[in-house]
Design a binder for this molecule. Structure first.
Ligand SMILES: *Cc1c(COP(=O)(O)O)cnc(C)c1O
Length: 501
C-alpha cells in the first residue's frame, strides 16, 4: 500500500491515507501531511469544465492515492447526493466588487458539512473486517452537529460529542441534543471549549483506556486535524474558481484572492492545498475575531496564546490554538519536522513560539491576516445588508472587514469571500445588526428576520424546534473518559439499546 503521508513532527513516519484517516493524528502528536504536495498538479483547464462531484473525484484521487477510484466515487456520491439544498453544493453569489462562496447549504447550515458529510464515507473504506471506530469530538458548536449528521447510523462507527455547558448558542445546542441515530451520543461538560478539547486529546493518549477498549475498537477524531475532513474542503476552492470562469468574471489562468474567516486554520489551509495543486491564487486573506493570536503572529512571527479569551459574536472562531497552522509551518519551514516539533514543544511548555524571519516571510508571501472586533462585525453585517441587500452571518462578516482592509492594497484581483454559516445559525447577532428591535424568543427572531429580509430559513433550522430532545447528559470534565468507555459498550456491544443518551 502506498504510504504517502508523514507526520509534521517526525519525518520517519510513513502512513497511507486510509490509516491517516482512521488514526486522526500521529502518535508523536503531530498532524498527518502530504510531503512535496506541489509536485502533484491537477489539470486546471479540464477541472473547470466539470461539475462539483467530478472536481471532487479529481482532487481526492490525487490526495488519497491508496483509495480506489470506485471507493472515492461511492464516498462522494453518498456524501453529496441529496444532503445539500443547492445542486451546485457551494454556490457563488456576486455582491458588489467581491463574490461570496456560500458554504452553508448542507444539512446543518455550516461550512463544516462539506467536510463532515464526506469524512465518514472515507473512513468507512479505511476500516478493515472487525474494526470499529468511535469518533470523539470536542465542539464549540458547529463541528458537533455536522459530525453527528455525517456519522449518524453508519455501520461500525459511533460518535460522541462534548460541548461546553452554556458555551454554545441555543440553536447549536438544540441541533445537537435533538440528533437521532443509534450511534450518536452527546454530553455537555462543565467547563469551556478548551477544557473539552484538552480532555479529548488526553483520552486519545490514554493507554489504559485503549487497553480497556480492546483491539477491535479504536478512537478517532472528526476535528479538522483529520486529513479526511480537510481534503474535501480543497474541492470548493476549485469549484468557486470554475464558477467565476463560467460567469465571465475571469479567464482560466487568471489569479484570484480568497478571504477566509478562520478558527482552527483548517478552511484556509485547504485553500493553500488547492494553490499547491495548481489553483492560481494570489493571496489568502485570513480573518480572525477578537481572539487575534494569528493576526498578531503576522506582525512579528510570535505565536503567543498567553492572553485573555474572548467570547465573541462569531463563536466558531473563538480559538487560541489554530491546530492546522502546524501544517502550514511544516510546508513553510521546508518540511522540517524537527523544527516544527521544537515550535510545538515551545507552545506546550510556555504557550508561545517564535518562527524565523524566513519562515514568516514565506508565510506572508501567500497570506495576509487581520481581525474584526464585535462592533466591526455588526457594522459589516448592517452595511452589506443596507447597501447590497446581502445578509451575512457574523463569521462571514469578520472576513468582510479584513477583506475590505486588504482591498485597499489590491483592488484589482477578483476576490472570493468564503461564507461559513447561514445567518440564521447566529441569528441574534445578525438581527441586532439589521432589525430595529429583536424579540426574546429565538425562533421568533428567526421569523422576524426572515420576514424583514425575505431570506428564507433553511429547512433544518426551521424543523429543529419541533424535534424531541434525546441527549441530556451534563458531566464533569473528569468523567469524560468513563463516559467514553460506557458509550463504546452501548453503541457497539449492547443489543438491548436504551433510547436515552
Ligand atoms: C469552524 C468555523 C469557522 C472556522 O473554520 P476553521 O476551519 O476552524 O478555520 C468559521 N466559521 C464558522 C461558521 C465555523 O463553523
Amino acid at each position: 500500500m502506498t504510504k504517502n503521508y508523514t507526520s509534521t513532527r517526525d519525518n520517519s513516519v510513513k502512513i497511507s491515507a486510509k490509516q491517516a484517516i482512521k488514526k486522526g493524528f500521529s502518535d508523536d502528536k503531530g498532524l498527518f501531511v502530504y510531503p512535496n504536495l506541489g509536485d502533484t498538479q491537477v489539470n486546471l483547464k479540464k477541472l473547470i469544465t466539470l461539475k462539483y462531484q467530478e472536481i471532487a473525484q479529481a482532487v481526492l484521487t490525487k490526495l488519497l492515492p491508496d483509495f480506489s477510484s470506485a471507493e472515492v466515487q461511492e464516498s462522494i456520491d453518498n456524501a453529496y447526493r441529496d444532503s445539500f439544498d443547492s445542486d451546485k453544493i457551494t454556490p457563488v453569489v456576486d455582491v458588489d466588487n467581491f463574490h461570496v462562496l456560500e458554504l452553508f447549504h448542507g444539512p446543518t447550515s455550516a461550512f463544516k458539512d462539506v467536510g463532515l458529510q464526506l469524512l465518514p464515507q472515507l473512513m468507512k473504506h479505511a476500516l478493515t473486517a472487525n474494526n470499529k471506530v468511535m469518533i470523539l469530538t470536542a465542539t464549540s458548536g458547529d463541528t458537533g452537529k455536522a459530525a453527528l449528521e455525517g456519522f449518524k447510523d453508519l455501520h461500525h462507527m459511533g460518535i460522541i460529542v462534548f460541548y461546553p455547558d452554556g458555551g454554545v448558542s441555543s440553536i447549536q445546542k438544540l441541533q445537537m441534543v435533538t440528533t437521532g441515530g443509534h450511534n450518536t451520543k452527546v454530553a455537555a461538560i462543565k467547563g469551556n471549549f478548551d477544557d473539552a478539547q484538552t480532555n479529548v486529546k488526553r483520552i486519545f493518549n490514554d493507554a489504559k483506556l485503549k487497553e480497556a477498549l480492546g483491539d477491535e475498537v479504536s478512537l478517532s477524531s472528526a476535528n479538522s486535524i483529520n486529513i479526511g475532513r480537510l481534503i474535501p474542503q480543497v474541492v470548493y476552492y476549485f469549484d468557486s474558481y470554475k464558477q467565476l470562469v463560467n460567469n465571465g468574471t475571469i479567464k482560466a489562468g487568471d489569479k484570484v484572492n480568497f478571504t477566509v474567516p478562520t478558527g482552527n486554520f483548517g478552511d484556509v489551509l485547504a485553500g493553500y492545498y488547492a494553490k499547491l495543486l495548481g489553483l492560481p491564487v494570489n493571496k489568502f486573506v485570513v480573518a480572525c475575531n477578537e481572539n487575534n493570536v494569528l493576526a498578531n503572529f503576522f506582525q512579528n512571527g510570535v505565536y503567543d496564546r498567553n492572553r485573555p479569551f474572548f467570547q465573541t459574536v462569531a463563536p466558531s472562531m473563538d480559538i487560541q490554538i489554530s491546530s492546522n497552522f502546524e501544517r502550514l509551518l511544516y510546508y513553510k519551514s521546508g518540511e522540517d519536522a524537527a523544527y516544527v516539533k521544537q515550535l510545538m514543544d515551545d507552545l506546550e511548555d510556555s504557550g508561545k513560539y517564535k518562527v524565523s524571519k524566513d519562515v514568516l516571510a514565506r508565510i506572508q508571501e501567500d497570506f495576509y491576516c487581520g481581525y474584526s472586533t464585535d462592533d466591526e462585525i455588526e457594522k459589516s453585517i448592517s452595511d452589506v445588508y443596507n447597501h447590497n441587500g446581502y445578509l451575512m452571518d457574523p463569521h462571514t462578516a469578520a472576513g468582510y472587514k479584513v477583506m475590505r482592509d486588504y482591498q485597499k492594497l489590491d483592488s484589482e484581483t477578483p476576490m472570493i469571500l468564503l461564507s461559513t454559516a447561514s445567518p440564521y445559525k447566529f441569528v441574534n447577532a445578525v438581527a441586532n445588526a439589521v432589525l430595529p428591535k429583536t424579540a426574546d424568543d429565538v425562533l421568533q427572531v428567526m421569523k422576524d428576520l426572515s420576514t424583514a429580509t425575505h431570506v428564507p430559513i433553511s429547512d433544518n433550522l426551521r424543523q429543529v424546534w419541533d424535534l424531541p430532545v434525546r441527549h441530556q447528559s451534563v458531566i464533569e470534565k473528569n468523567q469524560m473518559s468513563d463516559y467514553v468507555k460506557a458509550k463504546v459498550e452501548e453503541v457497539f456491544y449492547d443489543n438491548h439499546q436504551s433510547s436515552s443518551n
